[in-house]
Write a protein that binds this ligand. Structure first.
Ligand code: 4AD
Ligand code: MG
Length: 462
């Protein structure tokens, strides 16, 4: 049997070919006098392959009934195209209809709203826009592995079910097999976790960091790349309840080294996608965000601005701008503040570091001022925070004091404290939100449109 050729490979052919097999879905079909034109797409690239089906084909009547969305398998010859804008077309010798699609197929040619397309998340990858989004998503994932593998990082699979709340925000989805109609209770009336599947409370992880730290203290440089879950009820265009995160963790590294890697990483990913997804990015720059390519190139070329949290607060306070959330030292920077810094003040990515210890998680390293911790967030135009990280507290006594401040019981973190008992080292890491990065490189404005099947409050269809 003939091995199938992808549309992408067919279009890139360097010479005519007598016989190839191409499979795909009909994007459009129209009739001429003695033949039918079919635009065929198989997802391998944005472009369609034009197919000419001659009226002499034995099943021509069936072909004339082919509509948008139908699946076909075609053998024929690849010949130079007479038409504009394409080098090759396929002259069908045999066209088999695999599956028809009737007029109720929702992805007809006319433009659809993003909201409507989310309701058909199972079909939208067959559209031009979402085809491009998910090809870029795939390439970006590959580029992430390549970046770290080329630099000697070891990929570690951290657990998805966990007992610890890394970020301490209490935004965890509970994992349980307890009978919800008959929950076992302790004498005090609390849920008796000892009778649950793992004999303790367990949750879906919000971050693989703590476990990555354990591996960094063995392999020196590691990264995780996997799904994370947050039960936060935020209905914004930048929050999902299930998202993917890349978390490098590096022993013998301080805050400055951490910021360097984050910046190099973000720039590398942009450069890679610019190079390998040119056709898809062209579509985004035409239909989603006209200034996309210019902005991406600008970000790659220029160093990120680095400012301390204290400086950031001063700049915001003296900016003359009125914010919905007033700015004073000690607040969590809100999206409006982050976006003002990166979009209006500096007009480039900004790395903010050294935040007040009160507003950051327990694991961040305390600075000598005793007020701030070595946190760092990278903010980018259009999105705000894309990276969050820190140097970690490697001193056992200081870590214990921090846990006490955060009302954490050291008994629950015995293994994590061991890392400070046995061969502790300065170490640092960060988390890059995969979907936020994807929004940044595509210009797509809503996180729901860069996730195949998004999970947001009230939505877990598919
Ligand atoms: O700033 P976050 O909460 O940091 C951590 O989880 C650390 N443990 C990472 C580390 O140091 N290893 O999250 C990191 C990044 C954010 O900057 C953001 O890009 C993304 O994850 N993120 C989300 N993306 C989509 N939806 C959400 N609800 C997100 N919450 C965080
Ligand atoms: Mg953060």
């Amino acid at each position: 049997m003939l091995k199938a050729t992808s549309v992408k490979a067919a279009l890139a052919s360097s010479a005519p070919q007598d016989e190839i097999l191409v499979n795909g879905w009909v994007r459009t079909r129209r009739d001429a006098k003695t033949f039918s034109f079919i635009e065929l797409n198989d997802g391998s690239c944005l472009k369609n392959l034009q197919v000419i089906a001659d009226a002499g084909l034995p099943n021509y009547a069936e072909i004339q009934h082919l509509t948008t969305g139908a699946s076909v398998s075609i053998t024929g010859s690849l010949v130079p195209s007479q038409g504009q804008g394409q080098k090759w077309e396929l002259k069908a010798g045999e066209l088999r209809v695999l599956g028809g699609a009737d007029a109720s197929y929702p992805l007809q040619k006319k433009g659809h709203t993003a909201e409507f397309l989310r309701e058909i998340s199972h079909l939208r990858p067959r559209s031009n826009l979402f085809g491009s989004v998910f090809r870029v998503r795939s390439r970006l994932a590959f580029a992430i592995h390549e970046f770290f593998q080329n630099r000697g990082f070891v990929y570690v699979h951290t657990p998805i079910i966990t007992g610890s709340d890394c970020e301490g925000a209490g935004e965890m989805f509970r994992v349980t097999t307890l009978d919800l109609l008959n929950v076992p209770r302790t004498p005090e009336g609390a849920v008796d976790a000892a009778q649950d599947f793992f004999k303790r409370n367990t949750y879906l992880t919000v971050s693989g960091q703590l476990e990555a730290e354990a591996f960094a203290c063995a392999f020196s440089k590691v990264y995780t790349f996997g799904p994370t879950f947050r039960a936060e009820n935020s209905n914004t265009s930048r929050h999902a309840n299930e998202f993917w995160m890349i978390e490098p963790e590096m022993a013998f590294t301080d805050l400055a080294g951490n910021m360097d890697v984050a910046e190099e990483f973000v720039k590398h990913l942009i450069t890679d996608v610019r190079q390998h997804c040119a056709e898809d990015l062209e579509l985004f720059s035409k239909f989603v965000d006209k200034s996309l390519l210019e902005r991406l190139d600008f970000v790659v070329q220029r160093p990120f601005q680095r400012i301390s949290y204290t400086e950031a607060v001063e700049l915001l306070r003296t900016s003359g701008k009125t914010f919905e959330f007033p700015v004073e030292y000690g607040i969590n920077l809100q999206s409006e503040h982050e976006r003002f810094l990166t979009e209006q003040l500096f007009k480039c990515p900004v790395t903010v570091f050294n935040y007040p210890k009160e507003i950051k998680p327990f694991y961040m390293r305390l600075n000598d001022d005793d007020r701030t911790v070595t946190a760092m967030d990278v903010l980018v135009p259009g999105i705000g925070e894309i990276v969050g990280g820190s140097q970690r507290e490697e001193r056992l006594d200081v870590l214990l004091a921090s846990m006490e401040r955060h009302h954490l019981d050291p008994k629950d973190y015995g293994w994590y404290l061991d890392l400070r008992r046995y061969g502790t080292v300065p170490h640092a890491g960060f988390g890059l939100g995969f979907e936020r990065m994807l929004m940044f490189v595509t210009g797509v404005g809503n996180i729901r449109d860069v996730i195949p099947f998004a999970r947001t409050p009230g939505n877990a269809a598919f």
